[in-house]
Design a binder for this molecule. Sequence first.
Ligand code: SAM
Ligand code: SF4
Length: 330
Amino acid sequence: MAFEAHNLADGFGRRFSYVRLSVTEVCNFRCTYCLPDGWKKTGPLSFLTPSEIANLASAFAGVGVTKFRLTGGEPSVRPDLIDIIANLAAVDGVKKIAMTTNGWNLDQRVNRWRNAGLSHLNVSVDSLDRETFRTITGHDKLPAVMAGIDTALGLDFAAVKMNAVLLRSTANTGFDTWAEFVRERPVAVRFIELMRTGDNAEYFAANYVKGSIVTDWLEERGWAPQDKHKDGGPAVEYAHPDYAGRIGLIAPYAAGFCDGCNRLRVTARGKLRLCLFGEGGCDLRDLLQDAEDKEPLTRRIAQALSGKAAGHRLHENLPGDLLHLAQLGG
Ligand code: SAM
Ligand code: SF4
């Protein structure tokens, strides 16, 4: 049987048009919830090459995947990032190329990424306070990251968004600074509920706070939830007539979070991962060498998909075999 476009579906009828591709496990930041002691080498750095990524993308695009997100580790530490973006942009059927970055070199590089074909940009900024940012990430880089965001806003990206992990300490001070930040800027800031991983149990217990702290705050002030785009991510974004930007929430602990799952992940070493909080993965790398015959690759992907679970088990305190998000890409 030949696979046709739009037939990547799992046993629960969920369709998959979005792939998050980790391009490296390496990171130069030390975020307290992710890599508090910094990245440590655990094996050879044999990450997917730009041509393997092109073959992967072309197989996925052949079965209806239209959006790719580059993540990591920190994707922008890869010296060949431009080639990766350009290769993705050259694949027929790929409509959106997004990237999640910590923004350390955004100001100098974002123009070239945009020119290579990057269409959507997400920058992680956990606090707008310089000292808090330094404490969380281990780097005094807030001014540089913010300069990069302003540069990006001047380019014609389809969307520039910001991610902030929701931590008890920062949430307790409220969200006024964030609201002020988006008053004139057409940028969406999305808070991500802190996720429990294998490495951060103690940190999670001390810092997790429910996403309703954000949505209650927004609703009390007249912000309204907006409809999601079909191949969009898991965020619910709120808008307000007096503000140019949006504020949103990604709440993996919310009931029904997995019901609308539309995304798959591929690790930097070429394993298909059906869920961030699952276990193991289906190795695709041996099939990424052939630029012509994509059928074996799409067959393997479709077969693996039939084993995708209905949902994660974070509520039972079971994060799967994930030690930290840099390992697979957030
Ligand atoms: N290094 C890049 C960055 O930080 O944007 C990309 C990879 S990072 C793993 C992707 C996203 O996951 C970031 O927005 C980060 O803040 C978020 N993240 C990492 N660990 C997390 C955790 N335990 N809970 C919630 N979000 C997390
Ligand atoms: Fe690095 Fe991103 Fe993890 Fe921070 S969240 S340590 S920037 S991979």
